[in-house]
Ligand binder design. Structure first.
Ligand code: NAI
Ligand code: MG
Length: 369
C-alpha cells in the first residue's frame, strides 16, 4: 500500500522533540517493513517558533497544517517563555491550530494496559481491561459563549459571567463522531449533560436522541447527568465505552478518566474537524502531557503517549487499523515485558531511557510483523 500520506510534525518544546523522535523511528520502520510511506514535513511551534520567528506559529506553518492529512503535535511551553505577552505565548500556537482547523471533537481514550493495572488509583480489579473513549466537544460551550466578562454592578459589587451555549449543529456533529466511533467499538454511547438544570443540556439530550433514532438506532444510547457520570467513572468505570459530552464537562471527566489509567506519560489524544467533500477530516494528534521542563533534555521522558497518539492517527486519519493495532500491541507487549520509563516504574521492572524504550518498541514491532 503506497499512497501519498502527508504528515506535519510539530515537536515543539521541552520533551516534545524527544518523544517525537521515537515516532520518527516508527515511521522509518513502517516504510522499510510495511511499505507504507508518509511524506513527513516538520515545523516549529510554541517557544521554538517564537525564538526563531517571534511568533508561536507562523502563517506558513499554519498553511502546512491546513494542507496536511494529519498533524502530530508534541508539546509547547516552558519557563523560558513564561513571561511573554499573552498574544505570543507558546500555548497560542496550539490554540490557533485548534481554532483554524476547527477541531471540534476531542478524543481521549482511557485504556488500562494489563501490566499497569496496579498503577491506577483504583483497585486493579475495577480497571483491569478498561477501555473508555471520551469524546469532548472542543470549540463551543461555556469556554467560548457570549456574553462573557467581569462587570461592576451599580452597588459596587463585581460580577463574573460566562455563557453556556450550543446550537443544534454543534451538538449533532460531535454526537455523530461518537456514534460512528461506537459502531467500531462495543456499540454503546453515554451522552452526558445536566438536562435537569440547564436548557443547553435539554437541547443536547433532545438532539442526541433525535440523531440516534434517525441514523444510529442500532447503537445503545444512554443519557446521564454529568455529576452521576463522575461518580460512576470512579465506582464502576467498566460500564462505559464511548462517552460524549460538552466542552466543560468533557474537560473534567476526561482528566478524571485519565487518572484511572495511572500515568500522564501514557495518554494519547486526537482532535478531529469536519469531513471535507472527499470525506477527509482535518486532524491533530498529541499526547495529553505538556513539555515537562523538569525532565527535558535528559532522555527520561516516556514516549508512549506520543507513540499511542501516532497509533490513533493511523486509525482515524488513515484507516490503517491493522497498523494501529500493531503499534498498540507492541506497546502492550513491551510493558508486559517489564520495561518502564521512570514515570511508570514499578517493583521488579527495568528502568529505561526514552531512547531505550524506543528501541524496545522497534524490536517488538520486528517480532510482531
Ligand atoms: P507536564 O505535563 O509538562 O508535566 C507534569 C508532570 O508530569 C511533570 O513532573 C513531568 O515531568 C511529568 N511528565 C509529563 N509528561 C511526561 C512523560 N511523557 N514522561 C514522564 N514524565 C512526564 O505539565 P506541567 O508541568 O503543568 O507544564 C509544563 C509546561 O508544559 C508548561 O509550560 C505548560 O504550559 C506546558 N503544557 C503544554 C501542554 C501542551 O503542549 N499541550 C499541555 C500541558 C502543559
Ligand atoms: Mg484539562
Amino acid at each position: 500500500m503506497t499512497a501519498n500520506k502527508t504528515l506535519l510534525m510539530l515537536p515543539g518544546d521541552g520533551i516534545g522533540p524527544e518523544v517525537s523522535r521515537q515516532v520518527r523511528r516508527i515511521i522509518d520502520w513502517m516504510a522499510k517493513r510495511r511499505q507504507v510511506t508518509f511524506e513527513v514535513n516538520e515545523g516549529l511551534v510554541g517557544g521554538a517558533a517564537y525564538d526563531a520567528h517571534g511568533t508561536p506559529l507562523t502563517d506558513e506553518t499554519m498553511a502546512d497544517a491546513m494542507g496536511a492529512d494529519a498533524v502530530l503535535f508534541g508539546a509547547v511551553g516552558g519557563p523560558k517563555w513564561d513571561d511573554l505577552p499573552f498574544a505570543v505565548k507558546p500555548e497560542r500556537g496550539l490554540l490557533r491550530l485548534r481554532k483554524d482547523m476547527q477541531l471540534f471533537a476531542n478524543l481521549r481514550p482511557a485504556l488500562v494496559f494489563e501490566a499497569l493495572a496496579e498503577a491506577s488509583s483504583l483497585k486493579p480489579e475495577l480497571v483491569r481491561g478498561l477501555d473508555i473513549l471520551i469524546v469532548r466537544e472542543l470549540t463551543g460551550g461555556v469556554y467560548f459563549g457570549e456574553p462573557r466578562g467581569i462587570e461592576t454592578l451599580p452597588n459596587g459589587e463585581r460580577r463574573g459571567f460566562n455563557t453556556q451555549s450550543y446550537t443544534t449543529s454543534e451538538i449533532v456533529r460531535v454526537a455523530a463522531v461518537a456514534f460512528d466511533l461506537a459502531k467500531k467499538r462495543s456499540n454503546k454511547v453515554h451522552s452526558v449533560e445536566k438536562a435537569n438544570v440547564m436548557e443547553s443540556g435539554v437541547l443536547w439530550r433532545e438532539e442526541v436522541q433525535k440523531l440516534h433514532d434517525a441514523k444510529y438506532a442500532e447503537v445503545e444510547l444512554q443519557h446521564m447527568y454529568a455529576d452521576n457520570c463522575a461518580m460512576q467513572l470512579v465506582r464502576t468505570p467498566k460500564q462505559f465505552d464511548v462517552i460524549v459530552t460538552d466542552n466543560l464537562f468533557g474537560d473534567i471527566l476526561s482528566d478524571c478518566a485519565a487518572m484511572l489509567t495511572g500515568s500522564l506519560g501514557m495518554l494519547p489524544s486526537a482532535s478531529l474537524g469536519a469531513p471535507d467533500a472527499s470525506g477527509r477530516r482535518k486532524a491533530l494528534y498529541e499526547p495529553v502531557h505538556g513539555s515537562a521542563p523538569d525532565i527535558a533534555g535528559r532522555d527520561l521522558a516516556n514516549p508512549l503517549a506520543m507513540i499511542l497518539s501516532f497509533a490513533m492517527m493511523l486509525r482515524y486519519s488513515f484507516d490503517m487499523d491493522e497498523d494501529a493495532d500493531l503499534v498498540e500491541k507492541a506497546v502492550k507487549n513491551v510493558l508486559a515485558g517489564g520495561i518502564r520509563t521512570s514515570d511508570i516504574m514499578s517493583a521488579g521492572a527495568a528502568k529505561v531511557s526514552t531512547t531505550t524504550m524506543g528501541d524496545a518498541i522497534i524490536r517488538e514491532l520486528d517480532k510482531l510483523s
